[in-house]
Design a protein around this ligand. Structure first.
Ligand SMILES: Nc1ncnc2c1ncn2[C@@H]1O[C@H](COP(=O)(O)OP(=O)(O)OP(=O)(O)O)[C@@H](O)[C@H]1O
Ligand SMILES: [Mg+2]
Length: 274
């Protein structure tokens, strides 16, 4: 059996929540920090157009998994595939060109520049392969239009002229997503996009992620702590526990999974009307 058929078989076992091509896959992904096995033999396979959540307690290995997928960290063992290409050792900065992008973090924004300027520069980087705040001419006009489109999509056009440093926390996260989308990704990785948000901002952001995914035909991999968000918007959920994959399945399957409840959800089955 080829590894491709194996991953299709694994998808079928997960309940066939999403049919289609595998776009992103890890095989036996392992990352150690000294004695600690932060990610332990994780094989996940994400289908085109899927919204996949990765959940697990603090320290479960979620961010380390992302870091291995995006090239911030080199895996100790195992492989990462994007479509049919092995990208395990591809430099981090080459991955966005393939269509694999993670959300910009607050510390990657140009704090003294306006929201519009931040998104324009990200759009310009994608289109022209140059990173400059000062580009003039035709390219600039295109990128400004694209930036406004993205501000509309993220609902932050009203703060287009605000300096990034002066945004609310939630709007900074939205700006980070707009900048990532400006690089035209096929697969978007989001690490706790709602962290630090109020419950209502969290709900809005969850709706936004769903809308964006549909509008732009994206595959989304989302690390998220808020279980309401995870259960309501995911096609499938992967649960990590102490670095290892405990389960992958539809929200329904994850709610019902006793191993997940024992390890993580703590009686969710009783609390949530399934
Ligand atoms: N650079 C590092 N050096 C040493 N240990 C690390 C490093 N990065 C992560 N770890 C450890 O690896 C384990 C997994 O961390 P990771 O950040 O991936 O967890 P997480 O699931 O994202 O947790 P959280 O929900 O708190 O964000 C933790 O025990 C963490 O302390
Ligand atoms: Mg984390």
């Amino acid at each position: 059996m080829t590894s491709r058929t194996q991953s299709a078989a694994a998808d079928a076992e997960d309940g066939d929540a999403v049919a289609g091509e595998t776009v992103l896959r890890t095989e036996g992904l392992t990352r150690r920090f000294g004695e600690l096995v932060a990610v332990d033999d994780v094989s996940i396979s994400v289908t085109e157009g899927e919204l996949r959540a990765i959940i697990g307690p603090n320290g479960a290995g979620k961010t380390t998994t992302f870091n291995c997928i995006t090239g911030v960290l080199t895996p100790s063992e195992g492989a990462v595939y994007f479509r049919d290409e092995v990208i395990t050792d591809l430099p981090e900065e080459r991955r966005p060109h393939l269509g694999l992008a993670r959300s910009f973090q607050a510390n990657q924004l140009f704090a003294d520049e306006t929201v519009l300027e931040n998104v324009r520069v990200a759009a310009q980087t994608e289109r022209l392969g140059t990173f400059s705040l000062k580009l003039l001419g035709e390219g600039r006009e295109y990128c400004v239009d694209r930036a406004y489109e993205l501000l509309d999509l993220l609902g932050i056009r009203s703060v287009a002229d605000t300096e990034a440093a002066n945004l609310s926390h939630g709007d900074q996260r939205r700006l980070g997503i707009a900048m990532t989308l400006a690089t035209d990704p096929d697969v978007l990785l989001l690490d706790e996009p709602t962290s630090g948000m109020s419950p209502s901002a969290t709900a809005n952001t969850a709706d936004l992620i769903e809308d964006i995914q549909e509008d732009l035909d994206l595959t989304v991999v989302l690390i998220e702590h808020d279980m309401d968000v995870v259960l309501s918007i995911s096609d499938r959920i992967t649960v990590l526990h102490r670095g290892a994959e405990l389960a992958t399945g539809t929200p329904e399957q994850i709610r019902q999974n006793e191993n997940v409840q024992d390890a993580y959800l703590g009686g969710l089955r009783e609390e949530v009307d399934v």
